[in-house]
Design a protein around this ligand. Sequence first.
Ligand code: COA
Length: 375
Amino acid sequence: MNNGTNFVPGLEGIVAAETRLSHVDGLAGELIIGGFALAELAANATFEETTYLLWHGRLPIAAELTTFQQALAALRPLPTATLTLLHAVAAENAPVMDALRIGAGTLSLGVDEGQLAPAIVARFPTIVAAYWRFLQGQEPLPPRADLNHAANYLYMLTGETPSDARVRGLETYLNTVIDHGLNASTFAARVIIATNSDLVSAITGAVGALKGPLHGGAPGPALDTVFEIGTPAKAETVLRAKLEAGERLMGFGHRVYKVRDPRAEVLSVAAKKMFAADGDMALYELAKAVETTAVSLLAEYKPGRNLQTNVEFYTALLLHGLGLETALFTPTFAVSRAAGWLAHCFEQQQYGRLIRPQSTYIGDAGRTWLPLEAR
Ligand code: COA
């Protein structure tokens, strides 16, 4: 029964929100976050500054930033109930994203409603790090209030105070992926909050959406290819064989970006700086060689498709360089995106309109009821 409206599978091309948070131009390869070109913001801001920018529409002055940092730091410790739950989840060896979804649902415990948003941002890293340590058979490390958000996350995961180069590397990554238009998890958060539900429900639903491999769940394979290649001299042989076999090259191509993903550019620069100061420069050079070869082979095998490097390629390299295992890549994405989800929730709350699209009925009509014994 067609009700006269067009069915758009996947809602492609449908505008379902107005936002001041970020703008994605896939043809120009531009990403604006809070009014800044990504490259301008990502490499300069702390994660706390970027979060403040998205939540308040402007950068904080010094006193506001100090207050915000202190508020987040004070909210980092998890309630005992959350830790007990995460310990039980670790006994089942569940994926980290499952633990984050379960832990996220507890974040309303012991927090005033007005503190919920900073508590969610402050506690996402604590959940991921605590769960990660439980998985390794270790006790979680209490958060350190003397470290900033990014540094404390690395400390809680590894037990070591990270170098400035590593903190800057992670901070640049967190700033880069904090928001990206009306992606699936952000849309999920907006749909939930638009029912006048609460922030914890919206964020928990968003974690579920981000977990899927079509969204945030597939950053590992790009790195596997780099390791498989092993040395720049082998890049062409290995990549050509994959393309000849009809395989896709992981870390290349994007639904929206038809030029180099601006996030790949920012993360490539960040990775180079970090690896040069505190890492394995040979791995960075190998990744560069793999990228150059892949882009030229993709132009040869898929002419006119404009297949370029996407965000996953340098995300994998950067996070690996920080010592994070692949299982932590998507949860670390969520550590950042939580702040973006919350900013969208605030926008949606101001807009105040229930999101309620329609469906086209394609089922039967006019059926006659049959009693159970007659079916
Ligand atoms: N390697 C090889 N070929 C690729 C490719 C890749 N990474 N990405 C797309 N193509 C090819 C497709 O095979 C298709 O070729 P065909 O027309 O000869 O069949 C053509 O390019 C268009 O592909 P399509 O599936 O329509 O593009 P899309 O916009 O739906 O896909 C992705 C976007 C990201 C799903 C796709 O580029 C991909 O699978 N990339 C690899 C996985 C990845 O890096 N994911 C992380 C994304 S952030």
